[in-house]
Write a protein that binds this ligand. Structure first.
Ligand code: CMC
Length: 391
């Protein structure tokens, strides 16, 4: 293998030192800045978690109020964004639009951005956290032909997003507190997960000195894949295809058959070789949310049967494949009336907090170097160019 270690998929390479998030995959432990995810899920809010991830400590009341005020007052989109948005095909996937729209933020805020100035870096991070829900909601509304709704600054972060997403101009949105709380909790659980593919992408782009807007847009692109954030959408489609609890057995058999090319979506994880702690929290919440909202979704029964069957199956047991965060999240999003194409967008809104926290950490890191992996060359040895007629 020449002078380099071949580490396909970076399963054994630490790309950075980080103080943001800790995972013990064997024990099923997840800590943000040292705080267990279970405690944050129970007591905190998404915006407080975003502050914690960015700054390293929980805020005092005064610090939190200031942060919330700043985020709230950066939620607007430049009016020119609307024209840009209207250039997409009407049936574009919201993730395609989100990638483009976030990248385009650089065209609005790049020229005077001095990355050497910590205050400007902080402001860029706040802009991203503030604007991503506005942009995400606009992408969705455009995709269904509804007029864009502007942010209402008298609402808090998650509720404001749900209003922008769902409110019809003629009637005020009746939002149940259970729905807002469930959404906020999902955002907390998705906020960070150390060096996953999208965060590593943000860091790789960030390592070149590129601005945070395009770095985060690159993260959104990486998140879209079904092996990563696209899994929540894929899970729901899979459950719909399975359709009935009776069909679970054949789905499990198909997932075990490598020839089929089918995997159980929402199962398995690179780091967790135990229950994903986020999946445990979401699983419990799914029952609560569906109960309180009075939603009777037959897919929940399919999901429960599928989980039960896989957890008993030798193939899944041997490989330590457990349900991951995305297994139940789609069922909750569906119960909240979020359309399936928006599921990965929801993940992106939450993960923006983690992406900017990692970007800030990297920019502050005196050891930061451009990310530049090596390769094992397997191509032709040196040879001479041959003219057309002689090939
Ligand atoms: N269904 C069936 N078999 C599986 C599955 C699955 N979901 N996941 C892994 N395997 C098998 C795989 O075929 C391999 O078997 P063998 O050792 O016989 O070759 C073994 O388990 C190890 O899998 P791997 O692909 O080498 O593991 P990885 O760490 O490279 O992949 C993963 C991790 C999450 C991409 C993979 O488990 C997967 O494709 N899961 C389904 C997609 C999914 O739910 N993704 C969301 C991940 S969590 C949220 C996020 O990160 O965004």
């Amino acid at each position: 293998t020449g002078a380099f270690t071949y580490d396909n998929g970076f399963t054994a390479t630490a790309s950075c030192k980080s103080a943001v998030t800790y995972i013990d995959g064997d024990a099923g432990v997840l800590l943000y800045r040292g705080y267990p995810i279970e405690q944050l899920a129970q007591h905190s809010s998404f915006l407080e978690v975003a502050y914690l991830l960015m700054n390293g400590e929980l805020p005092s009341k005064g610090e939190f109020d200031k942060f919330e005020h700043e985020v709230t007052h950066h939620t607007m989109m430049h009016e020119a964004f609307r024209t840009f948005l209207y250039g997409f095909r009407h049936d574009a996937h919201p993730m395609a639009m989100l990638t483009g729209m976030l990248g385009s933020l650089a065209s609005f805020y790049h020229n005077d951005l001095d990355l050497e100035d910590p205050e400007q870096r902080r402001l860029a991070a706040i802009r991203l956290i503030a604007k991503v829900p506005t942009i995400a909601a606009a992408c969705y509304r455009y995709s269904i032909g509804w007029p864009i709704r502007y942010p209402r600054n008298n609402l808090e972060y998650t509720t404001r997003f749900l209003h922008m997403l769902k409110e019809v101009p003629s009637e005020p949105l009746e939002l149940s507190p259970v729905a807002a709380k469930a959404m906020d909790l999902l955002f907390i659980l998705h906020a960070d997960h150390e060096q996953n593919a999208s965060t590593s992408t943000v860091r790789l782009v960030g390592s070149t000195g590129a601005n945070p807007y395009v770095s985060v847009a690159a993260g959104v692109a990486a998140l879209w894949g079904p092996a990563h954030g696209g899994a929540n959408e894929a899970v729901l489609k899979m459950l719909e295809e399975i359709g009935r609890p009776e069909n679970v057995g054949s789905a499990v058999a198909k997932a075990k058959d490598k020839e089929s090319g089918f995997r159980l979506m929402g199962f398995g994880h690179r780091v967790y070789k135990n229950f994903d702690p986020r999946a445990k929290i979401i699983r419990e919440m799914t029952h609560k949310v569906l109960g309180e909202l009075g939603v009777n979704d037959p897919l929940l029964e399919v999901a429960m049967k599928l989980e039960e069957a896989a957890l008993k199956d030798e193939y899944f047991v041997q490989r330590k494949l457990y349900p991951n965060v995305d297994f139940y999240s789609g069922i909750i999003y569906k119960a909240l009336g979020i359309p399936v194409e928006m599921f990965t967008v929801m993940f992106a809104i939450a993960r923006t907090a983690g992406w900017v926290a990692h970007w800030l950490e990297q920019q502050n890191d005196p050891e930061n170097k451009i990310g530049r992996p090596r390769q094992i060359y397997i191509g032709s040895p040196q040879r001479d160019y041959v003219e057309f007629g002689k090939r």
